[in-house]
Design a protein around this ligand. Structure first.
Ligand SMILES: *Cc1c(COP(=O)(O)O)cnc(C)c1O
Length: 381
């Protein structure tokens, strides 16, 4: 089955009693047994919920995985995957991942005895150099947030196999519509479903997808033990949203391609650098075409100074000044003061995350209006 068919049907069988075409919101914390010791297969709401099961089947299908697990946030999903490890284990991580990932690794897991090395995972030499006897996992995000640097997922999965590491990819930026890391040999995919998968900026959520039986069993155990599970209502929202994921991603991608091309062609004097994997000028455009089916809706622009970033921000009318991304409405973010506040200045400047950098999450509005909004704001610089 192809993507949209799976998105609309996987996990979405009509409800048995009434034939309702949507999975009901099973608002229950517990389930009655039929008789003493005779369970209907459901015991407690943290452990299992039918709305969540439907969502988990749907998300697994979209990532071409055998097992899906829904979490109450993307960070909940990252937490679950990291707790697969033991005290003393070492992880190699992409250097400019989501700021919250940096925070949970350095501020929570390091004090519990895990060790992390941050490297440019787009460079094979850097990865090999980071390998230690205790390395157990390689965690990548591609494209990265907010620099939109790509990592070659086939290279990562080969490296992981050779060195017996668990490979993890945070696929939030591409969504399963444009990129499927499991197909390239990656062991575990993580999403913040808060972003493109839900797409309507009305729920926080996360997921883990894998085809590995042993990992799936452990994640299920962690999900139930830790309890970072989404509410049935939030599961319903996400399940409803994936039905239009393909339509939305096409539009995000179309709009972002139009905007990036226009800015590069006619407004290059207004900024220092534009980063979008769909531009031929992106240093990894060839890899983008190879491992992704589209380029997504995220564009980062280095406006040269904090002063310019502030002027640009305040000059926008349609783009809302907000954290997060992937919703139908266009958003603008200033990573240094917003999403990446937890990353120390010397760390972030190493990879180009400067005070003048702004990140656009291009929504599903009409691109002509978005271009007009951006160019009007650029004219104020
Ligand atoms: C937002 C985000 C997360 C964290 O997800 P939450 O749902 O906010 O907890 C992780 N990775 C990436 C790439 C993100 O954009």
């Amino acid at each position: 089955m192809k993507f949209s068919t799976k998105a609309i049907h996987a996990g979405n069988e009509p409800e048995k009693q009434t034939g309702a075409v949507n999975v009901p919101i099973f608002a229950t914390s517990t389930y009655a047994d039929e008789a003493f010791g005779v369970s209907r297969g459901y015991d407690y709401g943290r452990t299992i919920n039918p709305t969540r099961v439907a969502l988990e089947k749907n998300l697994a299908a979209l990532e071409n995985g055998r097992y899906g697990f829904a979490f109450s946030s993307g960070m909940g999903a990252t937490h679950a995957v990291t707790t697969l490890l033991e005290k003393g284990d070492h992880v190699i991580v992409s250097q400019n991942v989501y700021g919250g990932t940096y925070r949970i690794f350095e501020r929570i897991f390091r004090k519990l005895g895990l060790d992390f090395t941050w490297v440019d995972t787009s460079k094979p030499d850097a990865i090999t150099g980071a390998l230690k006897p205790g390395t157990r996992m390689i965690f990548v995000e591609t494209p990265t947030n907010p620099m939109l640097t790509l990592t070659d997922l086939k290279m990562i999965s080969e490296f992981a196999r050779t060195n017996k590491l668990i490979s993890v990819c945070d696929n939030t930026f591409m969504s399963p519509y444009f990129q499927n890391p499991l197909d390239m040999g990656i062991d575990i995919v993580i999403h913040s479903t808060t972003k493109y998968i839900n797409g309507h900026s009305d729920a926080i959520g996360g997921c883990v997808v894998t085809s590995n039986d042993k990992i799936a069993e452990q994640i299920k155990f962690i999900q139930n033990s830790v309890g970072a599970v989404p509410s049935p209502f939030d599961c319903y929202l996400v399940l409803r949203s994936t039905k239009t994921l393909a339509l939305r991603m096409e539009k995000h991608n179309f709009n972002a391609c139009k905007i990036a091309a226009e800015l590069e062609k006619n407004y290059a004097s207004k900024f220092r650098k534009i980063m979008y994997p769909g531009l031929a000028s992106h240093p990894q455009h060839a890899l983008a075409k190879e491992q992704m089916r589209g380029f997504g809706g995220m564009i980062s622009i280095d406006l040269g100074s904090l002063e310019n970033a502030v002027k640009f921000f305040n000059g926008l009318r349609i783009f809302s000044r907000a954290e997060s991304l992937g919703g139908v409405e266009s958003l603008v973010c200033h990573p240094v003061s917003m999403t990446h506040g937890a990353v120390p200045k010397e760390e972030r400047e190493k990879f180009g995350l400067t005070d003048g950098l702004v990140r656009l999450s291009v929504g599903c509005e009409d691109y002509e209006d978005l271009i007009e909004d951006i160019t009007n704001a650029l004219k104020k610089l």
